[in-house]
Design a protein. Sequence first.
Length: 429
Amino acid sequence: MTMEPTARSLPREPLGEAHLRRLIAGQGLAAVVDALFLIWLTLFVLKLSEPGMATGFVLVAVALPRAALLLPAGVLVDRLGPARIAAGAAWLRVAVLLALGALVTLTSPSVTAVALLAALLGVADAAYFPAALALLPGVVPTERLARVNALVQGAESGGDLIGPAVAAGVIAAVGFDATLGGIAALAALAAVALSMPIRAIRSGESMPTRAIRSGEPAGDFADPESVEGEQLSTARALGAGLSYAWREPVVRGMLAAIALINIAVVGPVLVGGAVLADQRLGGAGALGIVLSGFGAGSLAGSLVAGWRPPARRGWTVVGGVAAIGAGMAGLAAVGDVVAATAVVSLIGLGSAFLGVVVVATLQERVPQGLLGRVLSLVVLATVAFDPFSYTLAGVLVPLGTTMLFLVCGSAVLTCAALVALSPAIRSLR
């Protein structure tokens, strides 16, 4: 196998506990900033214009560049190193938030101007997400990856759970300008913390690049980025990442499961949940309570995955997928808010637990030189299929919520059975 050292790999041991705590805090703060800003942006656009197309226009402005640039960003992560990309993306977020703050404070911005700046945040997201995931294996001992991922995902789940109430409350108390200033300050703190690994690189020696066999932990391996000394083009480097993901049964199976779960859950829960709340749960207001159950379940799933990492990961993946499928099918039978919230909490718990296990497994097994590209595929699988999911929900809702949730739940349960039939995934430890 031909190899070329890409970016300098991060030293595993020289990063002490203080550096690790700062890195976890930085990623956790970045997740909270995302949750707070999404609510701020939605409410601010609603203030600028009547509810309807404007809000969707701005949110699409964030989502499109994020989805379009994820895979090229994965190549960049593998070439320049996750620490530099994560820190650079974090500081780009700060710059955009400050620019948006100046625009909001000093002018009366149009929806188009807000959308253009929001699109830059989508660009930053595309670079940050795979870089942040690829960064952890270089600075966290392998046996602690699941716990650290759980802490970061727990912060994200906590932000999703309390973010809407906190953001709305602060906006009501101090206004949009001051709230955005506070969000920018939190983003700056996150960027400072995420810059720490770069300082460690500059002051320390890089670890030697090594080859690994398929299925071994990634360690400090740098995948081939050159042919006879010539660096691959971005398209060929991206093709190498896609080829690896397709050839490796564990990676291929996990990506397929993530994509199917996303299609079968996101749209049906949001669209079908709104119809379910109106028809059976006492009104549309019940949807907020039900969705808070998902956030609580996600937080619990993250904490449980970190507190006691599973000894048999393969069957844990199967169980996580099955829990999500059972929850989706269970929504077909609920008749009150308490039952619906409990079932959606199960879906959230299974999703979060599964997310921690899948990400930690890929971080350990994928060669370091391909990690950015593979993890960009993971992120893409969680966001790119939302339109298909909403379309599926729109097609099935006229048939009734019972049919919607039974079909989607059955699809996820079938996915769990197929995952269980995969020897590569089933045998994971």
